[in-house]
Design a protein around this ligand. Structure first.
Ligand SMILES: [Zn+2]
Ligand SMILES: [Zn+2]
Length: 264
């Protein structure tokens, strides 16, 4: 992927007309093969200056595909008369990138980001040598960390879990509530109780289930493992409520199956 960058100096007094024209023109570029994303930002200090950032799959998608397309003439007619001087366009290739989420991870972990670890397939460790598990919801509004091991994976096929996930089963791990740290999004968390003493906690924005907690077991949460982003190694897995499993799903992984709870 490459980045096209251009500083656009618009004739003073024509900024609003330029923005209106750009709102129309952006559809032209967005429909081009190889187009990835576009941003137009206006300078705060020099108010007739804009910066245009367009990501393309390849350099040629811009320099050949776009510039020789019939639609380019329309783009030119809509926008080029606003510029003074005419802008220089440059192309860039990514060298370093970091986002706030990864930065939070860098700040708390001594051994690189969770992203690196996920790629390498090795668990991330904190400064005490404990495994750090990082995860969050689909919209990224809720982020959490867990400093400890996952030493049990319970795969539940009961009808409540199937409905709560909208899927064949849920994979959960019992974790120590005190080692679970919410990094952000507490205000987004909402709970639903299908059973009176068990809260199913989810992101109210995107619906991702995060964990469940029973009132009579305040020290334990049951983490929804699908929300974990870092590697988890745990072979202590088992299926519960296998007798209630979805009719279209087969359990073929060889891990122990219990008709109902683990002792049943
Ligand atoms: Zn969310
Ligand atoms: Zn269940």
């Amino acid at each position: 992927m490459i980045l096209e960058l251009a500083y656009l100096d618009v004739k003073v007094g024509h900024e609003n007309a330029f923005e209106t024209a750009f709102a129309e023109a952006k559809g032209i570029i967005a429909s081009m093969p190889g187009f990835v994303s576009l941003e137009l930002q206006r300078c705060i200090e020099v108010t007739n200056r804009y910066v245009l950032l367009v990501r393309w799959r390849t350099l040629e998608d811009h320099t050949v595909g776009f510039r020789t397309s019939p639609d380019y003439q329309r783009w030119k007619a809509l926008l080029h008369h606003f510029y003074d001087p005419f802008p220089t366009v440059e192309h860039y290739e990514k060298r370093v990138a970091i986002s706030a989420d990864q930065f939070e991870t860098h700040m708390t972990h001594s051994r690189g980001s969770s992203q690196d670890a996920a790629e390498a397939g090795t668990p991330t460790l904190d400064h005490r040598g404990d495994t750090v598990i990082v995860g969050g919801c689909l919209c990224r509004g809720v982020r959490y960390e867990y400093h400890g091991e996952i030493d049990e994976i319970s795969i539940c096929h009961c009808s409540q879990c199937r409905k709560a996930q909208g899927s064949a089963f849920v994979a959960v791990a019992p974790i120590a509530a005190e080692k679970f740290k919410l990094l952000r999004g507490e205000h987004l968390l909402k709970e639903y109780r299908a059973a009176p003493n068990k809260a199913r906690v989810f992101c109210s924005n995107c619906g991702s289930p995060i964990y469940s907690a029973r009132d009579d077991l305040p020290d334990t949460k049951r983490l929804r493992l699908g929300t974990v982003e870092t590697p988890v190694r745990c072979s202590n897995r088992y299926h519960i409520y296998a007798a209630s499993k979805a009719s279209w799903h087969e359990i073929t992984d060889g891990y122990p199956q219990y008709a109902e709870t683990k002792t049943s």
